[in-house]
Design a protein around this ligand. Structure first.
Ligand SMILES: [Zn+2]
Length: 89
């Protein structure tokens, strides 16, 4: 069973990080604030990847990677064993 809360945290971190990257792209890059923001954005990406590697393995075979989903459950299948990914809610 995959955890919906972790899926949402992971998705949110990706969206926020992407938003920061887009904003920073249009900002002048020669100040400390910009440097801080880029590190925050990168750490968000890293945390979301850690969550995916730690918690989003196939519950049946433990090998396939599960894609975090915001709402849907059971419509994506494991590439290794073919079982659907079920969420706890
Ligand atoms: Zn599997």
């Amino acid at each position: 069973m995959l955890k919906r809360s972790y899926a949402r945290v992971s998705i949110m971190l990706n969206i926020v990080a992407l938003a920061i990257f887009i904003i920073l792209f249009f900002m002048p890059s020669n100040n400390t604030l910009w440097q801080c923001c880029i590190w925050i954005a990168w750490s968000m990406v890293v945390i979301s990847l850690v969550i995916r590697f730690k918690y989003f393995k196939c519950p049946s075979c433990g090998k396939g990677d599960a894609m975090p989903q915001w709402l849907k459950s059971g419509n994506k299948h494991c590439k290794k064993c073919g079982k659907p990914f079920e969420y706890d809610r």
